[in-house]
Design a protein around this ligand. Sequence first.
Ligand SMILES: Cc1cc2nc3c(=O)[nH]c(=O)nc-3n(C[C@H](O)[C@H](O)[C@H](O)COP(=O)(O)O)c2cc1C
Length: 218
Amino acid sequence: MSTRIAVIYYSSTGHVHALAEAVAQGAEATGAEVRLRRVAELAPAEAIASQDAWQAHHDATRETVTEASIDDLDWADGYALGTPTRFGNPTSQLKQFIDQAGPLWAQGKLADKAATSFTSAQNSQGGLESTILAVNNVFYHWGAIIVAPGYTDERLFAAGGNPYGTSFASGQGNPVSEEALTAARIQGERLGTFAARIATREDEDAVPADQAAAYTGA
Ligand SMILES: Cc1cc2nc3c(=O)[nH]c(=O)nc-3n(C[C@H](O)[C@H](O)[C@H](O)COP(=O)(O)O)c2cc1C
């Protein structure tokens, strides 16, 4: 049985997409079976078309990257979530995906899994850490085991030394640096490693049945 890892992300202009690919490569290097998935785009066509980089990335990934399904989280033994910063927070696109996880949560199917998150913002102090911490708040509710990069590898310092998760400051649309891609691969390796250690893949309910029955989420 190989460990199953889901790398699920949103990206408008490609930076988080590049990080997601690197996280997936890192997890694959541990022997894990990996699903790289983009969440659904919610923005209107006019908004996407208003930025060349957004339209180009949208067109490039629409057919080549499978859209994420909430079942990917059920399938996985460990998951990584990636999102650009939006005013210091995750994007509504990723949040919309997360908000569909109520039924899985109610069945305890998100718990006891390794989890980690990564991001990109324009500015190095523009909310990278707050975005990662906001995603990680969700992981607490899911009962996930957060796998932080910490300072576990010297190469992380060259990428800015963010112990919370890989983050890249894109400035005026600079391509993701090799240092950040290396950090993302390290993060993916750690996710794959720890998911393998804690994977149980049991379907027992973690939430009492009466509480699950009372849940009215989507
Ligand atoms: C509505 C909106 C809000 C943003 N908020 C921030 C912000 O708070 N701080 C920041 O540094 N960058 C901010 N950005 C910039 C993006 O986070 C940044 O360009 C990121 O690298 C894009 O990642 P992507 O290429 O994967 O879409 C914002 C962009 C948009 C469109």
